[in-house]
Design a protein around this ligand. Structure first.
Ligand code: AMP
Ligand code: ZN
Length: 114
């Protein structure tokens, strides 16, 4: 794991986060700077820099991440809808270089996003 990766440190419990879901391959925790009443980050335990770096070698990881999102949407009662987003690369504004999905809910969202 890269020594400076904040999400690897959360997985390793080296920096604190309120982990709301943990499976063999996935953890989820609240975003430090929430953009909606519910704003969780869902990440693989394995360090993968972004969606652009996922390969077939990662098996069912993407399914695991999206099923975790669905479970959390149920748990947080996002019955009216939710948004699942991954920012991939510089133009998309990715600021942490460890694959993560944002699960956002609890308000209405506009489209297209900024
Ligand atoms: P992105 O800009 O798509 O790469 O998203 C990275 C997200 O990680 C941002 O929304 C940050 O607020 C969030 N973040 C950064 N550090 C932490 C942390 N230690 N705990 C929780 N969320 C964090
Ligand atoms: Zn990492």
């Amino acid at each position: 794991m890269p020594l400076d990766c904040v999400f690897c440190k959360i997985v390793a419990r080296e920096i604190p986060a309120d982990i709301v879901l943990e499976t063999n391959h996935v953890v989820a925790f609240p975003d430090l700077n929430p953009q909606a009443p519910t704003h969780l980050l869902i990440i693989p335990k394995q360090h993968i820099p972004s969606l652009a770096h996922v390969t077939e070698m990662n098996g069912t990881l993407l399914v695991d991440l999206q099923l975790a999102a669905k479970e959390l949407a149920n748990k947080y009662q996002l019955d009216k809808g939710f948004r699942l987003v991954t920012n991939c690369g510089e133009s998309a504004g990715q600021s942490v270089q460890h694959l993560h999905f944002h699960l956002l809910g609890g308000r209405d969202f506009t489209w297209p996003p900024g």
